[in-house]
Design a protein around this ligand. Structure first.
Ligand SMILES: *Cc1c(COP(=O)(O)O)cnc(C)c1O
Length: 420
């Protein structure tokens, strides 16, 4: 049997250990130091670079996770109890959970079909309706680059600017993706990056916040290091957090930055190959950029299965409670209490996932929209049916540096073989 093919595995450049060794040799085994500064400089060079335009001047602050980056962007934007924040519903929970950390209410906005990301027209409707219902404007807007695909940032910014609401870009999955040649995360007031183990690059765990300028960056640094005022003793006038990145982790990041361009090129190559090998199947559609303006990193390659596409064994999908997810490396400790929920992928999608799994290929449904998550049942949502529709039909396929051309051919053949 061939080795298991995973969705997206961390891939080391070989330089990481040198930077880590340096941290130990110089006794910088703390959440600051030369690797943190070096990684920030590398990231600044990377995100500020623009195709056919002068470089930008954004500041990058490295943090302990992407979730922490979302949290601090909200804190620094003055979001607090009683406030509302507009957030893309179709996302991983880390986009919206931090809104609850600051005591605010997430207001979910559905997606458009081109990019699967926040629908700018629905966003405008949501703002007007919140204003009518609460008499106040939401405090921030969080679009998400799902699977790396750029959101329609030009249209979103137009809406946001009309009302003077800051945009916090969740580019955790979109590191290196560009819109009109400009790197995601540099358009809004803040841009969130993640270096978790399965993202475009890794620091084992970590994240960063792209800030408009040095002053904004210094404010984030203040909140990330327990909000200490400039006295010789510990003086606190604000609540802060312990969110700075470790100098050891940053060493991994510096090593990863030497291969980031190769990683992105490889993700794009894998996407092209899937399209080439599976593009002719009726009812099976790869999720592709709607135009060259949307330059995705294709963090994960996603596809949708039309409900009419029949997959072997789909009549038995969901017959049993899934047990494999519990006790896994991802920290799932709560057993599923039922085989089904009232919002889940279609039977053909689940059947394909099971077939791929048996062929030693990790595949996964797309993110379940937050407005359908029980924990957010009471949150306001502006819905057009798009994200739920895609959730029922979508599947994520392996991408990343470890996925070879031969792997993609094997996966494509397995998919073809699964179709009745
Ligand atoms: C991974 C991710 C995050 C958070 O990143 P962590 O580093 O895992 O905390 C935020 N938003 C989205 C959309 C993500 O996929």
């Amino acid at each position: 049997m061939r080795d298991r093919i995973y969705l997206c595995l961390a891939h080391m450049s070989g330089k990481e250990m040198d930077y880590i060794q340096e941290a130990f040799d110089t006794n910088w085994v703390v959440p600051m130091g030369p690797n943190v500064n070096g990684f920030e400089s590398d990231l600044e060079r990377f995100v500020n670079n623009r195709a056919d335009a002068p470089a930008l001047d954004r500041d990058v602050v490295c943090l302990s996770s992407g979730t922490a980056a979302v949290h601090l962007a909200l804190v620094a934007s003055g979001v607090g109890p009683g406030d509302e924040v507009l957030v893309q519903s179709f996302t991983f929970c880390a986009s919206s959970h931090p809104i609850t950390y600051v005591g605010a209410t997430p207001v979910f906005v559905d997606s458009e079909r081109d990019t699967w990301n926040m629908d700018p027209a629905l966003l405008a409707e949501a703002i007007e309706d919140r204003l009518a219902k609460t008499g106040r404007l939401p405090k921030a807007i969080i679009p998400v680059a799902l699977y790396g695909m750029p959101y329609k940032i030009d249209e979103i910014l137009k809406v946001a600017d009309r009302y003077g609401i800051p945009v916090i870009e969740d580019a955790a999955e979109g590191l290196g993706s560009r819109f009109d040649g400009q790197v995601l995360g540099t358009f809004g007031r803040y841009g969130v990056l993640s270096f978790n183990g399965n993202k475009m690059i890794t620091t084992s765990g970590g994240g960063a916040l792209i800030c408009r300028d040095q002053n904004a960056g210094r404010e984030i640094l203040f909140y990330a290091t327990q909000a200490r005022e400039g006295y010789p003793y510990y003086q606190h006038e604000k609540i802060g957090y312990n969110y700075r990145m470790s100098n050891v982790c940053a060493g991994i990041g510096r090593g990863q930055m030497t291969v980031i361009d190769e990683h992105i090129a490889h993700h794009r190559h894998v996407q092209r190959l899937y399209c080439e090998l599976l593009g002719d199947i009726e009812g099976f559609t790869m999720h592709c950029a709607p135009s060259p303006r949307f330059d995705s990193n294709y963090w994960l390659c996603a596809a949708t299965l039309d409900p009419s596409l029949r997959i072997r064994g789909q009549e038995n999908a969901y017959a049993e409670v899934v047990t494999g997810a519990v006790g896994g490396a991802a920290g799932v400790t709560h057993a599923a209490s039922s085989a089904v929920t009232d919002c889940q992928p279609n039977a053909n999608v689940e059947a394909l996932r099971v077939i791929l799994d048996a062929a030693n290929v990790e595949a996964r449904p797309v993110w379940k929209p937050m407005h359908r998550q029980p924990v957010y049942a009471a949150a306001p949502a502006y819905v057009n049916g798009v994200s739920e529709d895609i959730f029922r039909m979508g599947i994520c396929l392996p991408a990343g540096p470890y996925v070879s051309d031969d792997d993609v051919r094997y996966i494509a053949a397995t998919i073809r073989d699964a179709i009745v």
